[in-house]
Design a protein around this ligand. Structure first.
Ligand code: TRP
Length: 349
């Protein structure tokens, strides 16, 4: 196996209502990754967003909003590369080549497509079906070795690995002839986990926190101010029992489990540790503590997002700079891929 330089890539869809689940499951982990000695690329995946129809004006706003959330949460656009997917055409270009590597049978197994397409599959866009192939192109355009994602993206990451593997095998001779030892694409590692890999709805601990839940009280939006955050936690569904002092006591108590998980994630502690402190306490004690913690961690992000959103010119300059740096890496990959598959590349003057 070739030694690939560690490179981190991840993406967030600009489809509106960024919430605590996006923050704890993705964005905050992106910030943590910056401490590693690796290049990090964080992409606003607008090409993925349009696999279901988006209102154009709303989409523009959402792309800027996700960018603002990245910056407000602490992603440093000098150190990391922050950009939106549609500004770097190599993603779509590599996706086409991967369309010719991936197999129908592989895509037919994707559970997210089945869920999103629902019963009316004939009427789903081809883009929605092809979504995981574009995702593989996002990652492999940079030959990324590590991808922090939520639990729900695990299957898509496996598809990325399958595509990399098959490309490496199908073109093994050409890859060796081009001097790439041990395969051209890395077999990317998903980074899944943390105490809040899954943040659940505040109204129903068995459902994921979701941007599309009709009840705004079910989620904490990243744009919520201190009052809204505190109020949603006060109103969160619970059961009548006090908190247990050990983990097994959270079984069959999805709402309690979720709130303890959120507390642990925000405090950077384990659930066990949180239960050691709050075991035996009533929710009337725990909820105010959670509300204080949530407000102190999240309200400053919302405030910084509002500040950044007042200056779209700055956001767009960050995206333009990111796109330029991303494109330089992706173009190198595409040039090599074209040589490997046997295209005759345009000679540059
Ligand atoms: N599918 C991911 C999600 O919905 C977003 C995404 C697109 C992504 N391309 C990616 C995540 C590449 C990681 C790497 O969460």
């Amino acid at each position: 196996m070739a030694a690939f330089k560690e490179l981190v890539f991840s993406g967030v869809q600009p489809t509106g209502n960024l919430h605590l689940g996006n923050y704890l499951g993705a964005i905050r982990r992106f910030v943590e990754m910056q401490a590693r000695d690796a290049q990090c690329l964080y992409c606003v995946v607008d090409l993925h967003a349009i696999t279901v129809w988006q209102d154009p004006d709303a989409l523009r706003g959402q792309i800027r909003e996700v960018t603002a959330a990245f910056l407000a949460a602490g992603i440093d656009p000098k150190r990391s590369i922050v950009f939106n997917q549609s500004q770097v055409p190599q993603h779509a270009e590599l996706a086409w080549i991967f369309n010719c590597v991936a197999r129908l049978g592989w895509l037919n197994r994707m559970t997210q497509f089945k869920e999103k397409a629902g019963k009316d599959r004939e009427n789903a866009s081809i883009g929605l079906y092809d979504y995981p192939v574009l995702m593989a192109a996002d990652i492999l355009a940079y030959r990324a070795t590590h991808v922090p994602v939520g639990e729900d993206q695990k299957q898509h990451l496996e598809l990325t690995r399958d595509i990399a593997q098959k490309f490496n095998t199908d073109f093994a001779a050409a890859i060796a002839a081009q001097g790439h030892e041990g395969g051209f694409f890395p077999i990317t590692e998903p980074l899944i986990g943390g105490p809040a890999a899954r943040v659940m709805s505040l109204r129903d601990g068995t459902k994921k926190m979701s941007k599309s839940d009709p009840s705004d009280n079910s989620r904490i939006n990243l744009t919520d101010d201190a009052d809204a955050i505190a109020q949603k936690i006060r109103r969160a569904k619970t059961d009548p029992e006090p908190l247990p002092s050990e983990l097994p006591g959270l079984k069959e108590r999805p709402e309690a489990d979720n709130l303890v998980g959120i507390y642990a994630a925000l405090a950077g502690r384990s659930r066990e540790d949180v239960l050691r402190e709050f075991g035996g306490a009533q929710f009337s004690t725990f909820k105010p503590a959670l509300a204080d913690l949530a407000v102190s961690s999240l309200a400053p992000i919302a405030a910084e997002m509002r500040r950044l959103s007042a200056d779209p010119g700055h956001i767009e300059a960050v995206l333009a700079d990111g796109a330029e740096r991303a494109e330089a890496i992706a173009q190198e990959t595409l040039d090599a891929v074209k040589d490997i598959v046997g295209f005759v590349r345009r000679r540059r003057a």
